[in-house]
Design a protein around this ligand. Structure first.
Ligand SMILES: Nc1ncnc2c1ncn2[C@@H]1O[C@H](COP(=O)(O)OP(=O)(O)OP(=O)(O)O)[C@@H](O)[C@H]1O
Ligand SMILES: [Mg+2]
Length: 416
């Protein structure tokens, strides 16, 4: 029997490299969201953000959703899921049309034509799955940064968008896992877009900001300028590499150094008191050694500098360096290490802050952590771009995967 879900329920499902996390929200009549359930379980079938074992992932999804729905006391029928990995590509596209109106004034038909030109441009990437077409700005002749060009005078109308695509098989893996776990999927959202939804303020997006989500297996970045997405990039490294560096550097068991990293680690060595020490085992031996915390930090710092070095290179290559006046917001589990703001500041030469999910109510004491930015953001994104459970069921039911992907293509450019 099909599951029934209340109309005001919205569910975010983050299938991350280290954990699969489900967050259930209840939308209030004033459009605010109350978090009423959370479930999470370690991800065993995900590597560098990509599903590597479908069966294990299905079990993880079932458990996370079951736990969240039990806590919330509601049934879950459909979810908004995230996607990341090196296969995801974001580019800026531009199209141009002549303004056809009598007085050279932009009419709705001109806007429709310029949008259609973007769609045609996007359609040339038909070997890829389209995730998002995000409007940036309209330009009338040389006047840029226009949000609504209707009624403006000129001879040429241009539209700029950020266009995000993914590998078709990687999308299918996610869709299949969710469906096989017994849920409809209402939408697939680029993970850093979801994290940005949860962590960034309106002002930061307007002034210009780079969000860096340091997860276990990937670091995702997204740049906003003048309120629009200008650049996205995914790097295949994160907190797991930091832990591996410590295991190799200290010749100690992975489980132990993971705890040392979380409890005593620091990403900026000069902050650490030279006299403080931590106890560490040698791999395969029971005897403990004492290691200065400064040494631990000296192993962590270069990896964190490498991560922010990639961010710096992307900012430079995309021409965004110097345009992110509001600085850098770091989120994801990797943002929890002490000294993260200092190391980001040192490499990027930007003011940095740690991004916590905001703008929600409910189980705040549980979800108030950068670890949950993506899952919360998926839920918020879902609430803002709502597709009814019924319509996602109708369009996916009976048509198999092809039908799901087709429906999926339809809703992605909502807002464009
Ligand atoms: N207090 C902490 N200090 C340092 N690192 C931490 C802390 N808490 C969590 N981490 C690290 O954060 C990482 C997990 O982050 P997160 O939960 O955001 O990843 P994920 O979403 O599962 O992975 P991905 O986004 O890469 O697919 C792990 O490598 C973990 O060691
Ligand atoms: Mg993540």
């Amino acid at each position: 029997m099909a599951k029934e879900e209340k109309d005001n329920i919205v569910v975010g499902l983050d299938i991350g490299t280290t954990k699969t996390c489900c967050i259930i929200g209840e939308m209030n009549s004033d459009n605010t969201i109350n978090v009423i359930g959370i479930g999470q379980t370690p991800s065993k079938g995900v590597r560098k953000g990509i599903i590597s074992d479908i069966e294990v992932t299905i079990e993880g999804i079932k458990k996370a959703v079951y736990d969240a729905s039990r806590m919330a006391g509601v049934e879950v029928a459909a979810v908004y899921a995230g996607i990341t990995g090196e296969h995801v590509k974001g580019i800026n596209l531009e199209s141009m049309v002549a303004i056809a109106g009598k007085n050279k004034q932009v009419e709705q038909s001109d806007i429709d034509r310029v949008r259609e030109a973007i769609r045609l441009n996007a359609a040339t990437h038909n070997d890829r799955e389209v995730l998002h077409i995000i409007p940036q700005e309209y330009i009338v002749d040389d006047q840029n940064e226009i949000k609504n060009p209707l009624g403006m005078y000129g001879s040429r109308l241009r539209s700029r968008v950020h266009f995000i695509t993914a590998s078709v098989p990687r999308v299918q893996d996610i869709v299949r896992s969710i469906e096989k776990a017994g849920f409809f999927f209402q939408g697939l959202v680029l993970q850093p877009l979801a994290s940005a939804e949860a962590c960034l303020t309106y002002d930061e997006k307007e002034l210009g900001v780079v969000l860096v989500d340091i997860g276990g297996g990937t670091t995702d970045m997204i740049v906003y300028i003048d309120g629009g997405v200008r650049h996205t990039a995914i790097f295949p490294l994160g907190g797991i590499q930091v832990t591996n560096d410590l295991a190799i550097g200290l010749r100690a068991p992975i489980e132990q150094v993971e705890e040392i990293k979380k409890n005593d680690g620091c990403a900026f060595a000069p902050m650490v008191n030279e006299l403080e020490e931590v106890k560490v085992n040698l791999i395969g031996k029971k005897t403990e050694r004492v290691v200065p915390k400064r040494v631990v930090a000296e192993i962590i710092q270069p990896r964190m500098e490498e991560i922010f070095g990639f961010v710096q290179k992307e900012l430079k290559a995309s021409g965004m360096e110097g345009r992110v006046a509001a600085g850098c917001v770091v989120t994801g589990g990797g943002a929890l290490i002490s000294g993260i703001e200092e190391v980001a500041d040192k490499v990027l030469r930007l003011h940095a802050r740690v991004g916590y999910p905001s703008g929600i109510s409910g189980l705040l004491e549980v979800v108030n952590s950068p670890v949950y930015s993506t899952a919360i953001g998926l839920m918020v994104y879902g609430a803002r771009n709502r597709v009814s459970v019924k319509s996602s069921r109708q369009s996916s039911g009976g048509n198999g995967l092809e039908g799901i992907i087709k429906k999926f293509k339809g809703w992605m450019d909502i807002g464009f």
